[in-house]
Write a protein that binds this ligand. Structure first.
Ligand SMILES: Cc1ncc(COP(=O)(O)O)c(C=O)c1O
Length: 407
């Protein structure tokens, strides 16, 4: 099945008549027509502020916003809509948790555990707590195949004062699918809070927060076919209820005086100011689109394309692929390096043929240093990608390699 026709960009964005080969979905996935339509329709037919107006249009906007929250709840199997906080993106979700826990549960000398492969967004907020509150940041390494071994590596890094662990479900550089359910079990047994960065998994793998047993899970709409500027923080209700708000202002209070403020109940407590209403509606439409295709099919696409990519890249001289070699251990992300060609040069040459890949440090500088490279090239897939895309990519790489006369 070819899903390209569901995504208008593939009809619209051509370069000298060359069709678009979009291989940067880990940075931002394209939007299907129905998510684009949902946003436009909302802005045309229901554009009003939420939770405020005593008039039908505002009530309609509120209804659609809250219906989107319920769609997200069901999608990740949260127990209650009170556990679904709309944010701008993954980064905001993690910052919210770090800020609020830094003001409540975490105290000087407590340990927070992350992996070396985390995105800066799942590193810097904890580093802030290390700098400002004296929290100790512990770092787990993946093994030489890019896999994180829970029983040994993670277990060995636990400290009696480890209070929180924060891991990505799928690594945005190595592509590794981390065993989050196994991690969840270990952390639960030791009363360690567990945050899952689902930025790279949410559009690729079925996500059940109860199965994972996590306390927090964060993701961005724009990496799963939704619009930009909308993301989600899932948090266990008992925890969110006790955490102080991140931002303060309109929409998150019950009662205000100059002396004291009583905050609103969940989820409003964490949604200060006017939210991204049409973004939430667009995200819900993206979820409906994903559900129509189904995660079995999405997984099949990721595995098939990764296997195809690896077999083709394997034939290119000077090629190094990072992360697990088996597609079963990976999401739809593959980083590689072609000896003698800087990833930026490769990406620029591929762009001439309308092939979009990512090149750079991918907001993972400590991992780059560990891998001994300044940058990598990264191809990432979503539902619209095909074997022809992989073929165009590998032909492009071979062309670039000839052009820059390496070896
Ligand atoms: C694993 C991971 N975490 C966090 C982020 C940050 O996402 P956002 O920029 O949407 O906040 C990204 C973005 O690439 C990511 O891949």
């Amino acid at each position: 099945m070819n899903y390209k026709s569901d995504f208008p960009i593939f009809n619209r964005y051509k370069k000298q008549d060359k069709s678009l080969v979009y291989l940067d979905s880990a940075a931002m996935a394209q939007m299907p027509q129905q998510a684009i339509d949902a946003v436009r329709q909302h802005d045309e037919e229901a554009h009003a502020n939420v939770h405020r107006g005593i008039y039908a249009l505002s009530e309609l906007a509120t209804e659609k916003y809250e219906a989107a929250r319920e769609t997200v709840r069901a999608f990740i199997n949260a127990r209650s809509v009170n556990e679904i906080i709309f944010t701008r993106n993954t980064t905001e979700g993690i910052n919210l948790v770090a800020y609020a826990l830094g003001k409540s549960i975490l105290v000087e000398g407590d340990h927070v555990l992350i992996s070396r492969a985390e995105h800066h967004s799942n590193m810097l907020p904890w580093q802030m707590l290390a700098e400002e509150k004296g929290i100790v940041l512990d770092v787990v390494d993946a093994d030489k195949d890019g896999l994180i071994d829970v029983k040994h590596s993670v277990f060995n890094m636990l400290h009696p004062r480890t209070k929180l662990a924060a891991f990505s479900h799928v690594s945005h550089v190595l592509g590794t699918i981390n065993p989050v359910a196994e991690m969840g079990k270990l952390f639960r047994e030791r009363n360690i809070l567990f945050l899952v960065d689902a930025a790279q998994s949410i559009g690729h793998l079925a996500t059940d927060v109860q199965d994972i047993g996590c306390d927090f899970l964060v993701f961005s709409g724009h990496k799963m076919g939704g619009p930009t500027g909308i993301g989600v923080l899932y948090g266990r209700e008992e925890l969110l209820a006790d955490m102080p708000p991140f931002l303060r202002g309109g929409g998150m209070i019950n009662e205000v005086s100059f002396e004291h403020t009583e905050f609103a109940l969940l989820p409003a407590k964490f949604e200060a100011g006017t939210p991204n209403v049409s973004g939430a509606v667009g995200l819900a439409a993206a979820i409906t689109y994903i559900q129509k295709i189904g995660f079995d099919e999405i997984r099949k696409i990721d595995e098939e394309l990764t296997t195809e990519l690896f077999s083709r890249l394997g034939g290119i001289k000077g090629m190094k692929i990072f992360g697990p070699s088996d597609a079963k251990d990976r999401g739809g992300v593959a980083s590689f390096m072609l000896k003698g060609i800087h990833p930026h040069d490769l990406a620029t040459i591929l762009d001439r043929d309308n092939i979009c890949i990512r090149a750079g440090h991918h907001c993972a500088q400590p991992l780059m240093r560990h891998l001994g490279v300044p940058a990598t090239s990264r191809a990432s897939f979503w539902v619209y990608n095909t074997k022809e895309d992989v073929e165009r990519l590998t032909e492009g790489i071979e062309k670039a390699s000839a052009l820059l006369a390496i070896r």
